[in-house]
Design a protein around this ligand. Structure first.
Ligand SMILES: [Zn+2]
Length: 245
């Protein structure tokens, strides 16, 4: 195999290794991002519940004032009832007092419902606050553990990347490097692919027989007519396929 083809194969191997570590890094970052989104969603829901609690509490205060006023009106009506002597007036007063009693007991029931609702909100909020705090703790633990691992991965990637300097020095002409990079970007991280059973492994297209022979000889660099990837022939790979391993 000529030196440039061998260098391209080596370069692809380096980028394969890098892409594996980048994948790990993206996965870690993705996990953290999902946790963070969950946290902020929970915080929003909590705020929502706190707002509803505040509303119920305001309503409760208003109702309590209403109830006090009902009580005052009722005791006034009772006093007045004691002073009334005429039957007709007495009956009217009695009706008024009944209405006031009914309103008082309605308001009382409403107040009781509000107290229950407020209690429920408080319990739900406390439970959610606890869950939120636990999740936040988990997030922070993960974040610091991941920060170490992310730093480590970045270090590994930078270290592997250094190997490219020597490999790219073996490429002739130098314009192959930008071509390689473009292909790597446009062809899902695979710029250099083997030819197996007469076809390009990158896009599965069968090569013209003459081109296949040239690739097999490994003396001249060829690119796939369909996907433009750099092609090489690997006797080891061919042997592996024949032996079925
Ligand atoms: Zn191809």
């Amino acid at each position: 195999m000529n030196e440039t083809i061998a260098a391209l194969v080596d370069l692809q191997a380096i980028d394969d290794e890098i892409s594996e570590y980048k994948h790990q890094r993206d996965e870690l970052a993705g996990n953290l991002e999902r946790l963070e989104q969950l946290l902020s969603r929970m915080a929003e829901e909590l705020d929502d519940k706190r707002e509803r609690l505040a509303e119920a509490t305001r309503f409760y205060d208003e109702k309590r004032i209403d109830l006090e006023a009902d009580g005052d009106r009722m005791s006034n009506a009772k006093k007045k009832l004691g002073t009334v002597t005429r039957t007709k007036e007495y009956a009217a007063m009695q009706r008024e007092l009944d209405n006031l009693r009914k309103k008082y007991s309605d308001d009382e029931a409403e107040l009781k419902r509000l107290v229950e609702a407020i209690e429920e909100y408080k319990v739900a909020i406390a439970a959610e606050e606890k869950k939120h705090a636990e999740l936040r703790e988990e997030f922070e633990r993960e974040q610091s553990a991941n920060a170490d691992r992310l730093g480590e991965l970045d270090g590994i990637i930078a270290e592997i990347d250094k190997k490219k300097i020597q490999v790219t020095a073996r490429l002739h002409p130098k314009s192959l490097l930008p071509r390689y990079k473009r292909l790597l970007e446009r062809r899902e991280g695979k710029a250099v692919v083997p030819v197996v059973a007469g076809g390009c492994v990158g896009c599965r297209m069968l090569l013209p027989p003459q081109m296949y022979i040239i690739v097999q000889r490994g003396e001249k660099l060829e690119t796939c007519p369909s996907c433009q990837r750099f092609l090489y022939y690997s006797a080891e790979l061919a042997a592996e396929l024949v032996s079925g391993t």
